[in-house]
Design a protein around this ligand. Structure first.
Ligand SMILES: NC(=O)c1ccc[n+]([C@@H]2O[C@H](COP(=O)([O-])OP(=O)(O)OC[C@H]3O[C@@H](n4cnc5c(N)ncnc54)[C@H](OP(=O)(O)O)[C@@H]3O)[C@@H](O)[C@H]2O)c1
Length: 316
């Protein structure tokens, strides 16, 4: 019997894993335990040890992290560095101490060098400094890959990592000021619709992004835990052809919410951010050539419906 603990299991990605298990990915020889910060603060070594002692996991999916939007990152780079370094150090040290067979940790595409060539691939993680806005968070995440290689070199541990692109889905953080693009937009459309007002989006809407639906990511993380044989990270992303413009995303959110596209305004005086950050999923496609991603229209529809139906409880 395998016993899998999912740290940070109550967030967007943890709920995606839970959904994938509920929709056909569960196995009889696996027990899954989803943890939140209420089960213990993983930035504290003794609390982390107590969690491992209690659950005796054979496998770990490590999602817990101090996360936040651009402005919180810019203001608290030191906190993002220290807290995430502590969480990662404690989780991997305890995984080693308690003889965990495999750990899959979750990184992020923002860890890649700021100045790079496109498409980005797994070999580029350490090839230059990350963007200055969130260098604390990015360096802490990059170090997970260093830890994984060091644990493997010294102890033969099977600790690895995955790098998802932008994630969206039910149970996201829908905060407008501190959240990500899709949940922020969904919340803005909700408010504009309720107030009978126009929806103003910052920027021209031309930048391109790759979005992965949380349940697809959940399915791929379960695969990574069971099958992915490497220590080196793997990018978990939709194909390059599935890259969409922010304008398209805004229109899809509006359509899903029953909000007229004519009432959407793009404020082109506001900055656009990076034009694109295309990541290659060539490595993933080598392992899983036939994996089918949820089409973005369907994923957005499900996310919009979830937010409208769960408005009171949703994180916002
Ligand atoms: N969202 C994205 O677009 C995105 C993109 C790339 C990578 N990622 C990565 O994916 C992972 C999961 O992200 P998410 O979006 O699912 O985040 P989330 O929804 O904010 O969830 C974060 C989880 O971590 C837990 N946590 C935070 N601090 C903790 C601590 N000190 N001790 C124990 N647990 C703690 C939270 O518990 P509580 O709920 O109890 O606070 C929650 O379960 C993170 O590693 C993140 O860096 C996310």
């Amino acid at each position: 019997m395998k016993r899998v603990i999912v740290t940070g299991g109550t967030g967007l990605v943890g709920k995606g894993i839970e959904a994938a298990l509920a929709h056909g990915d569960a196995r009889d020889d696996e027990e899954w335990i989803f943890l939140s910060s209420k089960d213990g603060d993983l930035s504290d070594l003794e609390a982390t040890r107590a969690i491992f002692a209690k659950h005796q996991p054979t496998h770990v999916i490590h999602l817990a992290a101090m996360v936040g939007g651009l402005f919180r990152n810019m203001k608290y780079n030191l906190d993002f560095l220290r807290v995430n370094m502590a969480i990662n150090d404690n989780v991997l040290a305890c995984a080693h101490e308690f003889k965990v067979e495999k750990v899959v940790s979750c990184l992020s595409t923002c860890i890649f060098p700021d100045k790079t060539t496109y498409p980005i691939d797994e070999t580029m993680v350490h090839l230059g400094p990350p963007h200055s806005s969130n260098f604390g968070y990015s360096h802490a995440k990059r170090m997970v890959d260093v830890y994984n290689r060091a644990y493997h070199a010294q102890h033969g541990s099977k600790f690895t990592s995955v790098i998802p692109t932008n994630i969206y889905g039910p149970h996201d953080n829908f905060n407008i000021d501190d959240g990500h693009v899709i949940p922020g937009l969904i919340h803005k459309v909700y408010k504009a619709k309720a107030a009978g007002e126009k929806l103003t989006c910052w920027g021209s809407g031309t930048p391109l992004r790759q979005f992965i639906y949380s349940e697809d990511l959940g399915r791929l993380m379960i695969w990574a835990l069971r099958e992915y044989p490497e220590i080196d990270p793997i990018i978990l992303s939709v194909d390059e052809a599935a890259e969409v413009s922010i304008r398209d995303v805004v229109h899809k959110v509006a359509d899903a919410a029953g909000f007229s596209r004519d009432d959407v305004v793009f404020d082109t005086d506001k900055a656009d951010g990076q034009f694109k950050k295309t990541a290659a999923n060539t490595k993933l496609r080598k392992y899983l050539p036939d994996f089918k991603f949820t089409p973005i229209d369907e994923g957005i529809k499900r996310s919009v419906d979830w937010f409208f139906e769960n408005y009171e409880q949703a994180r916002k």
